[in-house]
Design a binder for this molecule. Structure first.
Ligand code: F6P
Length: 760
């Protein structure tokens, strides 16, 4: 606001205040004047009655002598009355008249008042009863009472008593002055009170609000609006307006090419503000099969582990930032012991930020739903890894039952409150529809963390239509890539009765619209995770080097769940080929394969693990020296600090997925490159390849090319490594997990407006 505008606003406000003051003064003045006038009139009437009573008493006192005088001749009568008509102080005197109106006697004090005295006497004769007159004469206020005096029923004459009542006017004037004084005092007090009340209740809180808004605008102040605003609504609305402003500022910052890198980066705080605006008064609920914190018995005590996988890596920081509830399968053997009777606990244990609600499944349900239908059916169906999906109707029954159990847990959690529910992944495809059937007003989103295959591949699923129908309960369906969105739309088009809106990437089915959008998932900066950094990191790296006898070797790293989609055999074979083709690399590098055991109850996964261990052993056997082996296949649940230390020390990271929705290991490696000279070798079949073209992109099936890429990575000049890594770091920093969550929540908020619109 310019200074002139500010001056004008102040002037307008003062004028408004002045007008209110004048109005109040007029109202108070009028009211007190009317009151004062009535009071004065009342008092005057009382005084007049009083003087009339006195005059009547005087008439009664004198009437006997006056009647005696009236009975005599005029001369005698005048002599008799001479001493009786004299007045004293306010009593000006008496006058006596014959019934025919002739004046017989008059007091000295009345000599100048003969006109009114004669008039009142004549009126009394005429009326044959008492008459009073109040009039101004000879500079006085005069009260005259004329009383006819009868004898034997005949009028004998009229006696007039006259008082000077000028004091009545003086009293009125004094009273009016008194009332005027009080009116003025009360009016001034009232105006002062109004000005004060205006300042306390209006001006002070609003100027505080204005100052808070200024700080919000200039400094992006993170605190709440000032207390004591005029109403709770204003407080809430200001808060939400601020949140929207921050969110809008954040998005506009990220959209603006002119912004600095730092301004493009989304943070937990920025996301929190954005979430506040996007969620409005709704509760945030995330539901997934995999839980973010799992308890397992170790040495008789429940110990917490963070399960491997992109879903947990991505969503835990979001829940930590925004709060809410995460509903997931309690799969750890110590999970029941570590939760309350309802399966709830707050996490992370060290610094609780959100609620984890565990869902319990029977062994048979877990087997059929999770290992069976989800991971032997849908997982190979969606990943083009040439693994044949297995569909069993028993598994499908369990899948439906378990999905119902998760949906019930969500409905139980939210009760009748408004909520935004984000359903995660292929294990829970039926949950969106189940939620919407029970609560059409809910805003339901679903994010699919794995690829969506083309429609021909999907069509082999015997319950494909039910899966699609379940998913289309969601208002918003998110995939990592536009290509997966396109595949999904095409699949729905081929399998379900529905109307596709390709222009808006949406599907209309049975009067309900589901939007389909790409949201490429990402990672949280390592600096926000509880891992050693700086000299502590150096120390941890030195310990690990020593522990694994790595000497001075260049480290290449791979971090994966042991899964046939991750291309581990292809990678091991490429390492063997590298050693054959470039023998000088022997002894120069080691490959650390951090493998998290996964889905080990599935025979296919056990067989895969056995095969990998045998293959690593075979290659090591073929190429090892007394002090060196090329592959260290470390199978365990590695904690984030260890993963980070290996990533930070590794000159090369290898992601060799045969097919992968996104692959967050690639992005975590980029973020762990604090010195910035690492090289990423990345499968072109991982979703991350589209965002990271500065990686050395490989086809993991092409062993020759794969081996060459590894050789290039090991021998790439440091400058070239740095330049590539710097661009990749910038990309991942600016497209981190907070930005992903903000975009998803914005999409959900938009979909939720749409939901409300359709329900109203
Ligand atoms: O990436 C797909 C996914 O199912 C994620 O949901 C999860 O993070 C990861 O694989 C791990 O799988 P699981 O939960 O079966 O161990």
């Amino acid at each position: 606001m310019t200074r002139a505008l500010r001056r004008r606003a102040r002037r307008t406000h003062s004028v408004r205040l002045l007008r209110i003051g004048i109005l109040v003064a007029i109202v108070i003045g009028l009211a007190t004047s009317i009151f004062a006038w009535q009071q004065v009139q009342l008092e005057r009437e009382i005084d007049l009655e009083d003087i009339t009573r006195r005059a009547q008493a005087m008439v009664r006192q004198r009437s006997a002598q006056v009647l005696t005088a009236l009975a005599a001749e005029d001369d005698t009568a005048q002599a008799l009355l001479a001493g009786e008509v004299i007045g004293y102080r306010r009593l000006l005197g008496y006058a006596v008249f014959r019934p025919d109106g002739r004046r017989l006697a008059i007091g000295r004090g009345l000599l100048d008042l003969d006109a009114p005295v004669e008039r009142v006497a004549a009126d009394a004769v005429l009326a044959a009863s008492e008459v009073t007159l109040l009039t101004h004469a000879s500079g006085m206020l005069v009260h005259a009472l004329a009383q006819p005096l009868p004898a034997h029923g005949q009028p004998q004459g009229v006696l007039v008593v006259v008082h000077d009542v000028s004091y009545l006017d003086e009293r009125v004037a004094a009273r009016l002055a008194q009332y005027a004084f009080w009116t003025l005092t009360v009016t001034l007090l009232a105006v002062a009170l109004i000005v004060m009340a205006n300042w306390i209740a209006y001006e002070r809180p609003l100027s505080k609000l204005a100052e808070w808004m200024r700080r919000l605008r200039v400094d992006n102040a993170p605190d709440l609006p000032p207390a004591g605003l005029l109403s709770g609504n204003l407080h809430r609305e200001s808060n939400e307006l601020a949140a929207s402003l921050r969110a809008a500022r954040s998005s506009s910052l990220s959209l603006s090419a002119a912004m600095t890198h730092q301004e493009q980066v989304w943070t937990a705080d920025r996301l929190r503000a954005h979430a506040l605006a996007a969620l409005a008064d709704a509760q945030l609920v995330v539901v997934s099969n995999r839980e973010p914190y799992m308890h397992q018995w170790r040495d008789g005590k429940p110990q917490v582990i963070v399960p491997a996988g992109g879903l947990v890596t991505a969503l835990d920081p979001i829940l930590q930032s925004c709060g809410g509830t995460w509903i997931a399968h309690g799969a750890g053997d110590a999970d029941r012991a570590a939760a309350d009777a309802h399966g709830r606990l707050t996490v992370p244990l060290a610094q609780p930020r959100y609620t984890l609600q565990r869902v319990w499944l029977s062994r048979a349900e877990e087997q059929g739903y999770y290992y069976g239908f989800a991971n032997e059916g849908l997982w190979p169906l969606c990943h083009l890894a040439h693994e044949r999906p297995v569909f069993r109707s028993d598994d499908w029954q369990h899948y439906q039952t378990a999905n119902r159990r998760f949906a019930d847990a969500v409905l139980n959690e939210i009760g009748s409150r408004p909520a935004v529910v984000v359903v995660q992944d292929y294990q829970l495809a039926l949950v969106p529809r189940l939620l919407k059937e029970a609560r059409p007003d809910l805003c339901v989103g679903m994010f699919w963390h794995i690829p969506w295959p083309n429609s021909d591949a999907f069509r082999i699923c015997p319950w494909g239509a039910q899966i699609l129908d379940g998913m289309l309960g969601a208002d918003l369906l998110g995939f990592h890539l536009q290509q997966y969105c396109n595949n999904f739309l095409d699949t729905v088009d081929r399998i379900l009765e529905s109307r596709l809106d390709w222009d808006h990437c949406a599907i209309d089915r049975c009067g309900k619209r589901s939007q389909v959008r790409p949201f490429p998932i990402s990672v949280q900066p390592w600096s926000e995770r509880n891992v050693p950094l700086g000299s502590a990191l150096e120390q941890r790296i030195a310990e690990l080097r020593k522990q694994h006898q790595l000497g001075d070797c260049i480290v290449t790293v791979g971090v994966d769940r042991v899964d046939y989609t991750k291309g581990l055999p292809e990678r091991f074979r490429a390492i063997a080929r590298l050693l054959e083709k470039y023998p000088e690399s022997k002894g120069r590098f080691v490959h650390i394969a951090l493998g998290a055991p996964s889905r080990t109850h599935i025979p296919r996964y056990r067989a895969h693990m056995d095969k990998l261990e045998a293959l690593a052993d075979e290659i090591n056997w073929a190429h090892r020296t007394d002090s060196w082996q090329p592959i260290h296949f470390l199978v365990a649940h590695h904690d984030p600090a260890t993963v980070h230390a290996f990533m930070a020390m590794a000159r090369v990271c290898i992601v060799s997925s045969l097919h992968d929705g996104m692959n967050l290991v690639a992005k975590e490696y980029v973020m762990a490159q604090h010195t910035g000279d690492g090289v990423l070798v990345l499968s072109g079949f991982a979703g991350a390849a589209g965002e990271l073209p500065d990686a050395l992109i490989i086809n993991p099936y092409d062993t020759e090319q794969f081996a060459d890429a590894m050789h290039s990575a090991l021998t790439m000049p440091t400058d070239a490594c740095r330049a590539r890594m710097q661009r990749m770091r910038q990309q991942v920093e600016e497209h981190n997990i907070y930005r992903w969550a903000a975009a998803l929540l914005a999409g959900l908020a938009e979909a939720s407006t749409d939901v409300r619109g359709r329900l109203n």
